[in-house]
Design a protein around this ligand. Structure first.
Ligand code: NAD
Length: 465
């Protein structure tokens, strides 16, 4: 049993039972039966169900907002006017992508044979999602897998199951086969039961790097395909020709959006030493304007952290930080788990505050001398998910971007994403792409059908030239 707590006021919302191991196996079995029907649905049929789902989600905005806000504490306006419409756009994109799976083709590749290449679904996908963007993550997990013709059993994070459970109800109402998208609830043990279930053909997880390792280990015996979206520690590189006011607004938004509980959050800002003082001033002004508040207060920029334990963890990082606290650095009194937006300057590159994922509204500034050092600092963490480059010089921005070991680099901005663009990292941030046509490809395999249509001498074509 997991007790759900509203992070904005610390009150209990209710209890959610954890799915028993035998019920995880039952869900996988039911998903497999549904898969047998869905794999033969035409791309057009799959697309129609996903488009109906998108419409149902749109019509359910109030209830989805109520659930997501209660469990995460994020500002209602941020979810209702930003994340939810984006998730709906994702679903409509996946519906379209279902109809244009790449990799199909045909050819006479050997004498006397016709080859046909088809993309087919993988089977039952076990998906595991985190608590920071529960609804978007459920859509990123289920959408491409279902579009490609798979069945999905998804386990949301224990604290935030509400909108994922709701998504599965809406999916059933959209006309999908019974049991095609199922939800199991609970923590790491339920996640492992799903990963190791022999009826699961592929596992997909978004979570911390440590969880990614545990999931990969669980998938080893079954040699299952693994899709990992893990932690991040995104750098923002500020060159001497950057417009500091725009940079400060963009980097602080990138650092504090979703109270910094974002794998792509701007967490380390590296600034050319010639403008370091000015830039830190501009960042301080921008951080001081970020307003934490009640999620239902339209003026709130950010909500609380997810839990009291997580707030302690964030504050622990800040208390141990090298450098000086320029702004914030304290928990905010009150019933919820609020933390002040925080700017730390002059931190050491090798210190914990620069190297570890904090997952709170904490931005750390470090000066650099020259482009090579900026790139070296940026690449010097175990992660490789996101980054930004701030410069008026397009050539430099491109040159630096190509030297960063990350999945995404924004130039003169930090955070925007699009349904058509793949999202995913390298190094300790995992592998696999969410969104875009690439995500749909990842949940499918290429099969080669080779059809003989001529006499046996056609085998000559196998001889080396
Ligand atoms: P977490 O790793 O604690 O949990 C993620 C999910 O994995 C949860 O559902 C959890 O119950 C489950 N889980 C935990 N241990 C498991 C195990 N041993 N076996 C199977 N399942 C297990 O992460 P979190 O605290 O929920 O989310 C924050 C993390 O997610 C951060 O590290 C963040 O960077 C990452 N994240 C990454 C992306 C991305 O796209 N790369 C997006 C969002 C969040």
């Amino acid at each position: 049993m997991t007790t759900l707590i509203n992070p904005a006021d610390g009150r209990t919302i209710g209890d959610v039972p954890d799915t028993a191991a035998e019920d995880v196996a039952g869900a996988v079995q039911t998903a497999r039966e549904a898969f047998e029907q869905w794999r033969d649905a035409t791309p057009g049929e799959r697309a129609r169900v996903l488009l109906r789902l998108a419409d149902l989600v749109e019509g359910d905005a109030d209830e989805l907002t109520r659930l997501e806000v209660a469990e995460t504490g994020k500002p209602a306006a941020v979810f209702r006017d930003g994340e939810l419409p984006f998730a709906i756009d994702n679903l409509r994109f996946f519906a379209g992508a279902a109809r244009s799976l790449e990799g199909t083709g045909a050819g006479v590749l050997s004498k006397g044979y016709t080859s046909v290449l088809v993309r087919r679904p993988i089977g039952v996908v076990g998906s595991i999602s985190p608590w920071n963007f529960p609804f978007i993550m459920a859509v990123w997990k289920a959408g491409p897998a279902l579009a490609a013709g798979n069945a999905v059993v998804i386990k949301p994070a224990p604290r935030t199951p509400g909108t994922t459970l709701r998504l599965a109800e809406l999916f059933a109402a959209a006309g999908a086969p019974d049991g095609l998208l199922q939800v199991v609830t609970g923590g790491a043990d339920v996640g492992q039961a799903l990963v190791t279930d022999p009826g699961v053909d592929m596992v997909s997880v978004t979570g911390s790097t440590e969880t990614g390792r545990a999931v990969m280990r669980g998938a080893v015996d079954g040699l299952k395909r693994v899709h990992l979206e893990l932690g991040g520690k995104a750098p923002a590189l500020v060159f001497e020709d950057a417009t500091l006011e725009d940079m400060a607004a963009g980097v602080v938004m990138g650092a504090t959006y979703n109270t910094g509980q974002d794998c792509t959050a701007a967490t380390r800002v590296y600034i050319d030493r010639s403008r370091y003082g000015e830039a830190v001033e501009a960042l301080r002004d921008a951080v001081s304007r970020v307003r934490p508040g009640d999620p239902w207060d339209e003026g709130a920029d950010i909500g609380p952290l997810i839990s009291a334990a997580h707030r302690d963890r964030v504050h622990g990082f800040v208390s141990r930080a090298s450098g000086r606290i320029v702004w914030g650095g304290t928990p905010i009194d009150g019933p919820g788990f609020y933390y002040s937006p925080t700017l730390i300057a002059d931190a050491d590159q090798s210190s914990e505050i620069v190297q570890s994922e904090i997952f709170g509204p904490v931005l750390v500034a470090v000066p650099f001398d020259g482009e090579d050092e900026a790139v070296r600092f940026a690449n010097d963490t175990p992660y490789g998910l996101a980054s930004s480059v701030w410069s008026a010089d397009v050539s430099r921005a491109l040159r630096v971007s190509h030297r960063l070991d990350v999945g995404v680099t924004w130039v003169n901005d930090h955070l925007p994403i699009a349904s058509e663009a793949p999202h995913g990292g390298v190094k300790g941030s995992g592998f696999g792409k969410d969104m875009s046509q690439e995500a749909v490809q990842e949940y499918s395999v290429t099969r080669h059908l080779m059809i003989k249509h001529a006499a046996p001498q056609a085998r000559d074509s196998f001889r080396p030239a």
